[in-house]
Design a protein around this ligand. Structure first.
Ligand code: NAI
Ligand code: MG
Length: 340
């Protein structure tokens, strides 16, 4: 029995999390869900977006399945996602981008994974304005790249490549200009690559890499990079395979692991029952893989891919005609998971 903290989230969150939970249960894997709240749902109930009970539950279970959270505007709340990352040291953000048959995209053979450093770099939070007589004359954000942080994310990428039977790790940087931060990251990458002779290693400068990802995404396998570059490139990769409704992400840390869709709470479609549940369901598959249920994970992935390819039971974002609801798409996936 796996104990997992479940956060339904805001907006479309509860509907897609409910769909994903049902799909996971259809595999027969035994899960005891510990339902907790965060985000706006928690503000309404407990007056804080991240109650202690939620943190305690993640601390105890070490695995969290989380729906998207609306970041309350104003009120001085810190982003719950950033707080979770820091509290549980979720240093690796892993986002696969693998083409789905049956979607309307420029390429049908994208198969890459972005491994983004999630805790330091330019997002370390060291920022300030320089003021003269209250006038902002300059602003500075300091990027922090540590040997420890770089080693652990680059090793994670290589170990991931080995586990997933992938062939190549590409380190993305801007070491020609950012000689210290990107330079150190690249230097450490080259050192670590020597420990993995079975995995090919190369590096790309981030701007050229972006162009190549758009023109020839097939040439990439695993990408590893610092926080800001990873944030941007993983969205680019998501766009290559059909966008937000399809892309899942894992946040892996020393103290816990958290699985979620890449998209947000989609307030514009929140009460319509038409959100695509795919990203959340694929996040569920990544979670099952992580907790040692790879066979169930494969079954879910196959079922999702078959339903999208078939095209008859998909939500409006994917359907050319006669779209269906979140629950109907989930039901079609559940049926195939059961048959498999
Ligand atoms: P969003 O990702 O919620 O929506 C962007 C667009 O994509 C909308 O048109 C939406 O309808 C569509 N979309 C998103 N997911 C979809 C799905 N599963 N099926 C079909 N269409 C889908 O981004 P937005 O509007 O910028 O943010 C809304 C809220 O979500 C904000 O409060 C933001 O802070 C939060 N957010 C939370 C995240 C998280 O918890 N990990 C990540 C991103 C945003
Ligand atoms: Mg982002």
């Amino acid at each position: 029995m796996h104990k997992i903290t479940l956060i339904p989230g805001d907006g479309i969150g509860p509907s897609i999390v409910d769909a994903a939970v049902k799909v996971i249960e259809a595999t027969g894997v035994q899960v005891q869900w510990d339902s907790q709240s965060a985000g706006m749902a928690a503000v309404e109930k407990f007056g804080t977006p991240l109650p202690d009970a939620t943190l305690d539950s993640i601390r105890a279970n070490r695995i969290c399945f989380k729906g998207p959270l609306t970041t309350p505007v104003g009120g001085g709340y810190r982003s719950v996602n950033v707080t979770l990352r820091q509290t549980f040291n979720l240093y690796a953000n892993v986002r696969p981008a693998i083409s789905f048959e049956g979607t309307d995209t420029a390429f049908s053979d994208v198969n890459l994974v972005t491994v983004r450093e999630n805790t330091e770099g330019l997002y370390a939070g060291i920022e300030h304005f320089i003021k003269v007589d209250e006038e902002k004359i300059a602003a500075e954000s300091i990027a922090v790249v540590t040997r420890k942080g770089s080693e652990r994310i680059i090793r994670y990428a290589f170990d991931y490549a080995r586990r997933a039977r992938r062939k190549k790790v590409t380190l993305v940087h801007k070491a020609n200009i950012l000689k210290c931060t990107s330079g150190l990251f690249l230097e450490i990458g080259r050192e670590i690559a020597k420990d993995y002779p079975d995995i090919e290693f190369d590096d790309r400068i981030v701007d050229a890499c972006s162009m190549q990802m758009v023109m020839q995404p097939q040439s990439f396998d695993v990408l590893v990079t610092t926080n800001l570059f990873g944030d941007i490139l993983s969205d680019l990769a998501a766009g290559l395979i059909g966008g937000l409704g399809l892309t899942a992400g894992a946040n892996i840390g020393t103290d816990a692991a958290l699985f979620e869709a890449v998209h947000g709470s989609a307030p514009d479609i929140a009460d319509k029952g038409i959100a695509n549940p795919t990203a959340m369901i694929m996040a569920g598959a990544m979670m099952l893989e992580h907790i040692g249920e790879p066979e169930a994970a494969r079954r879910i992935e196959r079922a999702v891919r078959e339903v999208i390819k078939d095209g008859r039971s998909v939500t409006p974002d994917l359907a050319k005609d006669s779209p269906c609801s979140t629950a109907q798409m989930a039901e079609a996936i559940i049926e195939r998971v059961r048959q498999a």
